[in-house]
Design a protein around this ligand. Structure first.
Ligand code: GLP
Length: 254
């Protein structure tokens, strides 16, 4: 696992540098929602507008979706990713896929999503955030490390964390459709971003803690090509921060 510790403003540019390499090759992108990737999306939009970075040959899959929220609800992840990124670049909107949280048969919706990812040949690079309790996508603590796309129930902490998007905790849906940890592990490259001190404990557990369902993001330790980009505040609790900086400073680039 590569751990890159950067000033806050450089988290987005570092992530955009990595993603741009895939975008130029017309990759299948795994996109995340939440507030953490927003500056990275802004930087990609800027590169599209000012530097000609084209998404025309790319397609994209979202990690997760609220169950029962209409797609035109402003907090649906279907609407969010369009507002935050894809409406502002030249990706074909029909190729921006998300789990369909409006289908009553949620098991069928989950199976269909797995099938669509497989038919596309899998995800080349998966962008990830992390919840304060260590969740990735909506795989809450206790999720099987082998889990596939499915319906899950949000942790009360996640309901609380996401209340800011809905006005009140009561309005946050309790159920979601999420790619599983086993699904996410099949992406070619995992790129996890975290900023701010509130994520420091989750970052410590995912990078240095045991691989455990108690910290779903610790699956990154099982992946042969994982990059974690964090700011100084999110790196606060890392025991080996100096070593990660040493590796970074001595990286063989070329
Ligand atoms: C959300 C999303 C995750 C995201 C996480 C952190 O609930 N399902 O994909 O990574 O929580 O969100 P934020 O980046 O806003 O802290």
């Amino acid at each position: 696992m590569d751990v890159l510790i950067r000033p806050t403003a450089e988290v987005a540019t570092t992530a955009a540098d990595i993603l741009a390499g895939y975008i130029r090759r017309g990759a299948t992108l795994g996109l995340a929602t939440g507030s953490t990737p927003t500056p990275t999306y802004r930087e990609l939009i800027r590169r599209h507008a000012e530097e000609g970075l084209s998404f025309a040959a790319c397609r994209a899959f979202l990690l997760d979706e609220y169950y029962g929220l209409p797609r035109d609800h402003e907090q649906s992840y279907y609407a969010t990713i369009r507002r935050e990124l894809t409406a502002h670049v030249d990706i074909d909107d029909a190729l921006v896929a998300s789990p369909d949280g409006t289908i009553p048969d949620y098991a069928a919706a989950a199976a269909d999503y797995e099938e669509r990812i497989a038919q596309a040949g899998g995800v080349d690079v998966q962008l990830l955030g992390v919840g304060t309790n260590g969740h990735v996508a909506f795989n809450e603590p206790g999720s099987s490390l082998a889990s596939r796309t499915r319906l899950t129930t949000l942790h009360p902490q996640t309901v609380k964390d996401n209340a800011r998007f809905f006005g009140s905790a009561d309005d946050v849906p309790r159920h979601v459709l999420t790619q599983g940890l086993g699904t996410i592990l099949e992406a070619g490259h995992l790129l996890l971003l975290a900023t701010g001190h509130a994520k420091a404990d989750a970052v410590r557990r995912l990078v240095e803690g045991p691989v455990s369902a108690s910290c779903p993001a610790s699956i990154l330790q099982l992946h042969p090509n994982a990059t974690v980009v964090v700011d100084e505040e999110a790196a606060d609790d890392l025991g080996n921060a100096e070593y990660y900086r040493f590796i970074d400073d001595n990286a063989l680039r070329g």
